[in-house]
Design a protein around this ligand. Structure first.
Ligand SMILES: Nc1nc2c(ncn2[C@@H]2O[C@H](COP(=O)(O)OP(=O)(O)OP(=O)(O)O)[C@@H](O)[C@H]2O)c(=O)[nH]1
Ligand SMILES: [Mg+2]
Length: 615
């Protein structure tokens, strides 16, 4: 008895393999795991035009035969006939997405070069046509040297022709199949581009425009400077646009404090409300406009389709430090918060790649640092311009973000050569369509972001600030003694100050960075509360935080504080997530030590250089 003939569906993720599988087999499928691995083996039966039954298997999506994950390893072994117990497929059905043809043809060429009987399903032609692109399957077939059938898997269009081609596939003259492409990845990429261009029957102006946009935005030399220029503009806007809103919020809070002071008798309760709640928490809330502006830009970049292009551009740059574009999305989410960023590393198959990404994620400037940076910049960096339309404050903020990115890249480079040795893996990704960001989605996304920020202010920041206020307010000072000197928090700060004074930190900073472990923004509310408690004691007029900072801190101290926050892992939740995602304490402790070490060294270097420069 001859064995049952087999065919396999293979191609990039999301090409529509499973949809074609269902169309070809009527979804009569048997699902089991491949022996030894937890990758699903999906097989079903279909019939050739001759009536002959064929076992069709649906393989997991893959970008190349050079496996980067267990799924891809199974795909590679099956198509090469290396998988124990799995016969090499008699026919390969290579599925490509017509709307992403150029990328999918890279892997398709590698599969065709195996020299097996092969049919290409040019799937999702409906999507390509929606985008204004009509492709010529015959031209593509001539270029690839194998039959190419246009299909729309979900509408069962082209299925009959595909089955027919599969039936004829074993009659293919394999020796006559001309060399489809070069063997190296750059050669295949180039060939993919030429073949795609050659297969275009018609293209509408919108599609042509999008293709032109890609040509510029993804250009190896133009792409990166455009990305950096865009980021630069974002940070300019964060300062320039937020100021009127932040001032209004600030005015509102000051007015509230005035109201409470007028309406309540002096005492502990009034102090609690004015110094702890309104001054402390309020000092963080005023940064809401900045957060909203930053996220408006990030959301617009995501929804317009540009973000995936940014990942593509970064892939090349990240390869230099041993990371791949796969790390880009986790690292990008870390700009909002390292916690979702670290959780998103689950999509990185290589364990060392993933570990490195987890360890450097806290260096990405999370939104919790923004209030800290913004308050110090507002107090110490003059709101002047250093060129046409270039504000110095925005420039410094941009510099701090860049410092975090450079720090992360250097850390990754070192980690990849030491504790997480390994090379970079290749990465090809789908490009979504360009579109105008839908206003509704933007509004919803912004509202969610703003709400996350306000909820933090109302919970963790509130609690940490109140706890600090209590520790600052008791025991009460003797007449003539300063309240801070007398308080519990003051004693703790004196101890911390011994370690931190060499890097230029004063007692207020020493006091603020402990509660800031709960959340970085607490550094701001803690400073505000500390000065409020101190001020009340000296019976000073109520003053804002910024004039207090200007009066009490030297510029080198302020700069050292900024440098500290670029590196310091001031966030217990991030440490906890790192522990969960690495299954133990080893890596989170490593992370704490190396980041606090870097924070101390760089704050110190900043302080001493600033002092030496006479700032
Ligand atoms: N419009 C359109 N959508 C399609 C077509 N083929 C598949 N899809 C859709 O594209 C998405 C991905 O299809 P799948 O069949 O899951 O892709 P796959 O290649 O099996 O993906 P992986 O298993 O992840 O590698 C699904 O939402 C399908 O419904 C098509 O020809 N036209
Ligand atoms: Mg599938």
């Amino acid at each position: 008895m001859t064995r049952l003939r087999t065919a396999a569906l293979v191609g990039n993720p999301n090409a529509g393999k499973s949809a074609l599988f269902n169309a070809l087999t009527g979804a009569r499928q048997k699902i089991a795991n491949y022996p030894g691995v937890t990758v699903e083996r999906k097989a079903g039966r279909m019939f050739l035009p001759s009536g002959e039954p064929v076992e069709l298997i649906d393989l997991p999506g893959s970008y190349s035969l050079d496996p980067a994950s267990p799924d891809e390893e199974v795909t590679r072994q099956v198509v090469q006939g290396d998988f124990p117990g799995e016969p090499v497929p008699d026919v390969l059905v290579v599925v490509v997405d017509a709307a992403n043809l150029e990328q999918h043809l890279v892997f398709a060429q590698e599969l065709i070069a195996l020299g097996r009987p092969t049919v290409v399903a040019l799937n999702m032609v409906d999507m390509a046509e929606r985008d204004g692109l009509v492709l010529d399957a015959d031209a593509l077939s001539a270029a690839l040297g194998v039959p190419v059938i246009s299909t729309v898997a979900v509408r069962k269009r082209g299925i009959e022709a595909l089955v027919e081609a599969m039936g004829d596939a074993e009659k293919q003259d394999l020796s006559a199949r001309h060399e489809v492409a070069g063997q190296s990845l750059p050669e295949r990429r180039l060939a993919a581009r030429n073949m795609t261009r050659g297969a275009i029957l018609s293209e509408d102006s919108k599609h042509r425009l999008h293709a032109k946009l890609d040509k510029v935005l993804l250009h190896p030399w133009l792409g990166p400077p455009i990305l950096f220029a865009l980021l630069f503009i974002i940070f300019q806007a964060v300062f320039a646009w937020a100021t009127p809103f932040a001032d209004a919020l600030d005015g509102g809070i000051t007015a509230l404090i005035g109201l409470v002071e007028g309406a309540m008798p002096a005492g502990v309760v009034r102090d609690f409300i004015t110094e702890g709640v309104l001054t402390g928490v309020g000092s963080v809330v005023v940064f809401l406009p900045q957060i909203v502006i930053l996220f408006a830009f990030i959301l617009a970049m995501e929804q317009s389709g540009y973000m995936a292009r940014a990942a593509f551009i970064m892939d090349r740059l990240m390869a230099y430090v041993g990371l791949s574009g796969r790390s880009f999305i986790p690292l990008l989410s870390s700009f909002a918060c390292a916690i979702p960023g670290i959780m998103a590393t689950r999509s990185i198959a290589d364990p060392k790649d993933r570990l490195t990404t987890i360890l450097v994620a806290p260096l990405m400037t999370c939104s919790a640092r923004l209030p800290v940076y913004a308050v110090i910049i507002a107090a110490f960096i003059p709101a002047t311009t250093v060129g046409p339309g270039i504000g110095l404050q925005g420039l410094v903020l941009f510099g701090l973000y860049v410092a975090g990115i450079v720090g992360a890249m250097v850390a990754a480079l070192v980690l990849r050569r030491t504790v997480a040795k390994g090379g970079a893996s290749g990465f090809i990704m789908e490009m979504p369509r360009y579109q105008m960001p839908p206003l509704r989605d933007m509004a919803i996304g912004l509202w969610q972001r703003a709400w996350v920020f306000l909820r933090r202010a109302g919970t963790i920041i509130f609690i940490a600030t109140i706890a600090l206020w209590v520790l600052l307010s008791f025991p009460k000072a003797e007449p003539g003694e300063s309240q801070i000197d007398a308080s519990i928090a003051g004693h703790v700060a004196d101890g911390m100050h011994v370690i931190l004074s060499p890097i230029g930190f004063n007692r207020e900073i020493s006091l603020a960075i402990i509660p800031a472990m709960a959340a970085r923004e607490v550094a701001v509310s803690a400073l505000a509360t500390t000065y409020a408690v101190e001020g009340a004691d000296e019976e000073e007029e109520a003053q804002g935080l910024i004039p207090r900072l200007q009066a009490g801190w030297s510029l080198p101290t302020a700069l050292a504080f900024l440098a500290w926050f670029v590196f310091a892992p001031q966030c217990i939740s991030t440490i906890a997530v790192a522990k969960r995602e690495t299954n133990g304490w080893k890596w989170p402790i490593f992370m704490l030590v190396y980041l606090f070490g870097a924070a101390y060294v760089f704050a110190g270097l900043t302080y001493w250089s600033a002092v030496a420069l006479g700032l």
